[in-house]
Design a protein around this ligand. Sequence first.
Ligand code: PRX
Length: 690
Amino acid sequence: MCIYSESISVLTTYEIANRIKLKMKKKRGVSNSKGIDSASYLPTGVRLWPLKRYLEMYRSSLDDPEGFWSEEAQKLDWYKTWERVLDWEPPYARWFVGGRLNASFLCVDRHVKMWRRSKVAVYWEGETGETRVLSYSTLFRDVNRFASVLKKLGVGKGDRVAIYLPMIPELPTSMLACARIGAVHTVIFSGFSAQAIADRVNDIQAKVVVTADGGYRRGKIIPLKQIADEAVKLCPSVEKVIVVKRTGEAVPWTEGRDIWLSSMLDDAELFVTPEPLESTHPLYILYTSGTTGKPKGIVHSTGGYLVFNHSAYQWVFNIKEESVFWCTADVGWVTGHSSIVYAPLSHGAAIILYEGAPDYPTIGRWWDIIEKYGVTIFYTSPTAIRMFMRSGEEWLQKHDLSSLELLGSVGEPINPEAWQWFYKYIGKERCPIVDTWWQTETGGIMISPTPGIEPIPLKPGSATLPLPGVDATVVDADGKELPPGKTGLLIINKPWPGMLVNIYGDPERYHEAYWSRFPGSYYTGDFAMRDEDGYFWVLGRADEVLKVAGHRIGTAELEDAAISHPAITEVAVTSKPDEIKGEAIVLFVTLKKGSSPSATLRKEIIQHLRQVIGPIATPDEIYFVESMPKTRSGKIMRRVLKAVASGQSPGDLTTLEDEASVDEVKRAYASLKRVSKEAEADVEVRNPRS
Ligand code: PRX
C-alpha cells in the first residue's frame, strides 16, 4: 500500500506544492501563514503549510532535545539505561552516557527472541546468479560463529578489524560479529587499491583483516586476496588475515597468518555473549575524503548512532518488519552501513544484498531482483537513475514492480528530470520519493521527507525538511542566517545522536574541519538554499571535494596520488559536469623536463591513479599545460581551471579569484582554453571504464 493518502502525479515543483496547499486550506480552513505556530523554527519569510504532526515533533525535538531523544532511545533494548542523555562539551558530544547496549543484540538477538526467528533477514543474490536466503535464525548462528572465530584469534573489545569483502553475506555478518564483541570495524570498499587499504589499516592499526579469495564484477573476478596481500605487506599491525571462500580460485597464501574462515567455523562456539557496551563505545570507523590528501577516519558511537538511525528509518521510510528493503549502495560506504546493515536489521526487516553491477548481464538485472524478492522500499542514487534513463523504458515493461511502496534517493543532488523519471517509470506514479540528504559524518539521514510521520508535498530536487532533532540552517560566510531564496552554507546548530564523535587519531582535524568555521555549529561543507516554504535545496559541495557518481573524493587526495607519477611536476584537479555521474574528474598537469604529452602518457597517468586509489579515481580528461595559472602569492587559480574544464565563460570568474587582477585571470583562462581546445581533438583515451 502506498504510504501517501493521495498519489502525486508528475507535476512541476510548484504545481505540486500549490495543489496540496490549496487542498489543505480548504479542508482545515486555515491560511498557511497562520496554521501552525512555526515561527521560531523557521527563518523570517519562510512559511510552511499546516503540517501538524511533523511540526509538533520537530518543535518538541528542538525545545527539549533530551526529553525527545530519551523517548526515542527507549525503542531500543538496553542492558542498562543511560544516566544522562547528552554531555555536550563542544565539539564533543557523548550520547546516552552511562547506558549500555549492543548493536549485534539489537539487530539479531532480539528478533530471534521474538517470532522473527524464521523470518527472512537477508536475501543475497550473487552476480553469477546464486542466491542465499538467511533467516534471522541463520544470521544469529553466523554472527555468533564469526564472533567466536574473532575471539579465538585474540580480538577483543576496542581492537580494530578491517573488512575488505565483496557484497556477500559475510560482510554484514563480520560487521555484526565485531559489534558483538566490542571490536571496532572499518569496512574498506572492495573497489579500493592496495595502497588505499594499507593507509586505512595503518591509521587504525588493525589487528585482523577479513577478505575473500575474490569477488565478481561484470563477470570478472576481482582478486581481493591478492590486493589485500599487497596491502598487508605494508601493515605491521596485522596479525591474521581471515579469508572467505567466494570464487574458489587459487590464492597466494602466507602460512601462520592466513586462515580460511570455513576451517575455523567448524569449531566455533554457537553462542558468544554480546558485550554490554557503553553507549559511547565506538561502533565503527569509516574513511571518507576531505580537503587534504589524507582520508578522514570518521568515528561513530554505538548508542547515539543506533538510536538516530532506528528512528530515522521509521520516519523516512516507514520501515516495518515486513518491509523488503533494498539499498543499492555498497556496504563499503556509509549508506551501506546505515541503510543495508544497522537500520533495517534493527527493525527486523529483510534486506537485499546484491553482489554485482546494476546492468549485468542485462539492463534488467535490478528490476528482476525487485520482482523476484518483492522489494517494497527501493533506495538508490541519482547516478544510477540517470544511467537507466538513458536506456529508455521498454525493458521495464517486462518487470512487475508493483511490490514497490516507496522510493529513495541519496548521495548527490537529484535533478528534476531524473526525479520525474524515477517517479513515473519506477514508482508508476504511486510511490513517494524520499530525497535524503546526509553524510558519512552525520551517520544517518538529516534532511528528507518523512512519510512515516506525515506525508508532505514533494518537490523534485529538494530534500525538503530536516528530520526531528536536526537544527539545520543556511548561513552566509559570517554565520548569519540567510532569508529564503539565498544560497549559502548548510550548517547544523545542535548536536544530534547520529553525529560523528571524532576523527580517529586526529582531534585537531575534527575541530578544524567541522567546528571551527562557525563555533558551536557543525559545518557540512555543502552549499544550500532554503525556499519560502522552508524546503532545503542542497546544491553541492562548497569545498574541494568532488562527488563522482555519488562517491566522495577529494581533489587533494587525487593530486597527492597523481604527483607520485614520475613524469609529473605539478597537478591540479577539478571537475566538470557530467550528465550521468553528476561530476567527472579533470586533471591539469605540468610535466617534468624530458617528458612530453602523449596518448600513452595519458593512459599511464590514468592507470597510475586507478592503482593508487582505485577505479573511482579515473579521470575523464587530462590537460597537459605549460604552467599552472597562479595568483601572485602562488595559489593555483582553481576557479579558472574549473571554468575551463566545464566550458564556462571567463566573465563569471573575474571577481572570484583572490589576489589576482581581472587581466591576470582572463589571460590565464585564455591560455588554458587554448590547451583545452587542442586536447578536445585528442579523444582517444578519454573515460576508460572500470
Ligand atoms: O554534498 C552532499 C552529498 O553527498 C555528501 C556526503 O557524501 P558522503 O559522505 O559520501 O555520503 C553520501 C551518502 C550519505 C554531502 O555533503 N549529498 C548526499 N545526499 C544528498 C547530497 N546532495 C544533495 N542531495 C542529497 N540528497
